[in-house]
Each structure stands twice: as C-alpha cells, then as structure tokens.
Design a binder for this molecule. Structure first.
Ligand code: CIR
Length: 254
C-alpha cells in the first residue's frame, strides 16, 4: 500500500530554543529552513501530496509533527506528548487530521505517548516506553490497536530517545536496526539491516513508496539499503539532528 499524503510543518524561529539533549550546538535557522524545504521536495518526489502547516512560534518543537499522532489507513490516534512544552501541539494536528479522517482514538492522561515511539511494520506495531511514552500510554495504544485488529508489542527502551531513533521498517520484512535493537528478540523474525554504532543516526530513515530517504553522509547505510533493493534519497539533516530530530519526526505519512 502506498502513502498518498504527508503532513509537515515549517519550523519557526523559536526552533533554536527547543528541547534537546544533544551537544551539537545551536541550530542555524536559515540553514534549517533550506533543509526542511529539501525534505518537503524529497517527499513530493516520492509521490505524496504534502500538507505544509505554517510555523508556530509558541511551540518550538512543533516541526516534529510525528509525535502528535499515530496514523493508519483507517483511523488516527491523537497522542498525549510526554514533554509539557509540546503537549499543546496536538490541538492543531487533530484539527488538520479532521480533514482526512473520520475515526479518532485518543491517548489520555495519565498516559503519555509520543509518535516517535511507534513503529508500524505491516499489521504489527512496536511501542517504545521512553522518557516521553509511559507504560500507561503504551498500554492504551496497544489496546486501541488490538481493538482495530493489529498486533502490538511494547518495547521498554534502554538508551534510545525514541523507539524510531534506532529502527525503521522498509517493507518486505526488512528492518533497519541499530544499538539495542540489533540483538533484540522482538525483531528476530525480520531480515535485519544492521547499522553500526558510528552510523547510528542513519537508522532513522523512512521508506516512502519507491524510495528510502536517508540522512546524508552515511555511505555504508546507503550501500546496505541499495543492496536490499531500494533507491535512496540523501538529505542533509545537520540542523534537525541538533534538536534530537530525524527524518521520521518531520512528517506524518499516510
Ligand atoms: C523533542 O525533544 O521533543 C524534539 N526536540 C525532538 C523530537 C524528535 N521527534 C521524534 O523523534 N519523533
């Protein structure tokens, strides 16, 4: 099944004051805008129609739209983001999703959940428990997904920020894995594309229809994904990485 639509959001100037644990320095806003535009162009090349939301200065991290929702073909789950400064981002995302979805589910307090902790692989979902997604949030999502006929496995994270910081599903049973997921039993049944520790950032890549979009500068990752049979598009992600973001975080794909 192909992705037809994508939601993304232009970063505001306040982005540079957003949350981060990285020590890569302050992002350059102008450079970020160029990188974000290239991201949107790459998605269009993959054949999706992009809904681009305008910047909101009151939510510095709101360009990371992935955290506010979990989407399937038939329904949307509005999350309850675990960072206080980000929680209000769901208001805009829910109202935008009303244009595309009739059926909604919600993660409710005391459950918290960030979309970055959720990975779909065909009819299975993996739900990370992290600093942002708590056990109750994970349990609620598992219940929602099972009620809709999906399987769901909860994965407590050891080190990764979000689940998808270290894993991506390419389709055809191929799973890109890094760090703590390389030998994780939950992923044993997949054909693994193993990413080395030094290339860990490139584990957050996205398959969008006929392409896999990967961060620029990871030639081993590119080679492995090409050898697995996918065409790649490389994007400079430097200013996104500075705020703990990756390729998946910048869009909702459905
Ligand atoms: C945050 O700390 O929430 C943002 N600076 C980064 C969020 C990245 N989102 C994601 O991995 N899905």
């Amino acid at each position: 099944s192909k992705f037809q639509k994508v939601i993304a959001k232009t970063p505001g100037k306040s982005y540079v004051e957003g949350l981060t644990t990285s020590d890569l320095g302050k992002p350059d806003y102008d450079k970020l805008l160029v990188q974000h535009e290239a991201y949107v162009e790459a998605l269009k090349k993959c054949g999706v129609e992009v809904t681009l939301l305008s910047a909101s200065e009151e939510f510095p991290d709101s360009t990371f739209v992935e955290d506010a929702a979990v989407l399937t073909a038939d329904f949307a789950v509005v999350t309850n983001p675990g960072a206080d400064s980000r929680n209000g981002e769901i208001v805009e995302i829910e109202s935008v999703l009303k244009d595309f979805y009739k059926k909604f589910h919600y993660i409710k307090s005391p459950g918290t959940l960030d979309g970055g902790d959720i990975l779909q692989a065909d009819n299975k979902f993996y739900i990370g428990i992290s600093e942002r997604t708590n056990e109750e949030g994970a349990r609620q999502l598992k219940e929602i997904l099972e009620s809709e006929g999906f399987e769901a496995t909860i994965i407590p994270l050891q080190k990764f920020f979000h689940l998808k910081t270290g894993i991506a599903y390419l389709g055809n049973n191929k799973m890109v894995v890094a760090g703590e997921f390389v030998d994780h039993p939950a992923f044993d049944a997949y054909d693994k594309i193993v990413i080395s520790d030094e290339d860990e950032y490139s584990a957050n890549c996205i398959r969008v229809n006929d392409y896999v979009i990967i961060p620029q500068g990871y030639s081993e990752t590119k080679r492995k994904i090409n050898e697995a049979g996918y065409e790649t598009i490389e994007l400079d992600m430097s200013e996104v990485q500075k705020q703990d973001g990756g390729l998946s975080c910048l869009s909702l794909r459905f």
